[in-house]
Design a protein around this ligand. Sequence first.
Ligand code: ADP
Ligand code: MG
Length: 259
Amino acid sequence: MNDGNRAVFELNHLSFSYPGNQPVLKDISFSIQAGERVCILGANGCGKSTLLKILAGLLSPQEGKFRAFHHAVTRKDWNDDAFSCKYHRKVGFIFQNSDVQLFCSTVRDEIAFGLLQQKTEPEQIKSRIRDISALLDIGSLLEKAPFKLSGGEKKKVALASVLVMNPDVLILDEPTNGLDPRTQVWLVRLLNSLCKAGKTLITSTHNLELVSKISSRGILFSEDHKIAADSSVSDLIQDIDLLKAVNLVDEDYGTENKI
Ligand SMILES: Nc1ncnc2c1ncn2[C@@H]1O[C@H](COP(=O)(O)OP(=O)(O)O)[C@@H](O)[C@H]1O
Ligand SMILES: [Mg+2]
């Protein structure tokens, strides 16, 4: 038996460019096992969001191999509605900016949207909305318009619309960005409890304080869009020279000149 048997994602020499632009991911290889808590780390513009969108099935790489759940995913797969539907049920993606994710006229419709697409029975939809609203404490928001909510409330609704599908893999781009401190703590606890329940958790951040709270493994990107390190978070955050080299901390980090 090889350890690839629990692999959720396997990337081999993968590269990606936006049309007409230079590559923003270069020769990326790693695999992620079921149940892991992995954080993609790197300075702004290094390619974190792009990578997460590839894992979430929203972008396709031009070069290299991308396997998900032991299946070699090709561009053709995304034209197959059954494949796409199954994939998006297994892999939930939370955008950095919740406004891109919320488009229905009420929170209730927003949470029901994916379930309706999957042709879930109306009674099931009702009970799932009830359960997820209780878990995220958003019962009082159900009849409100998402665009009128605060940033923290929008994030909860975006999470609810994904968690209600009960995905195996959760991908969150810069999960705590723009959230107030109390909501940040709430979210970190929620993510860790989901991980304890067996979910695979993949996040991105350039915030070093957050990384050890939500992940045990870090994949660090350099500004030239390559993997600079892939190791335990505890080792990564101590390698100050490396963090400086990839522009995640400033020159004075770790010295008494630190501001
Ligand atoms: N839709 C797009 N079209 C063209 N370039 C893009 C697009 N989205 C992102 N980029 C560029 O790709 C690079 C990587 O972006 P991104 O993956 O968002 O990085 P990060 O999340 O690490 O900040 C950046 O230079 C960014 O400007
Ligand atoms: Mg980003």
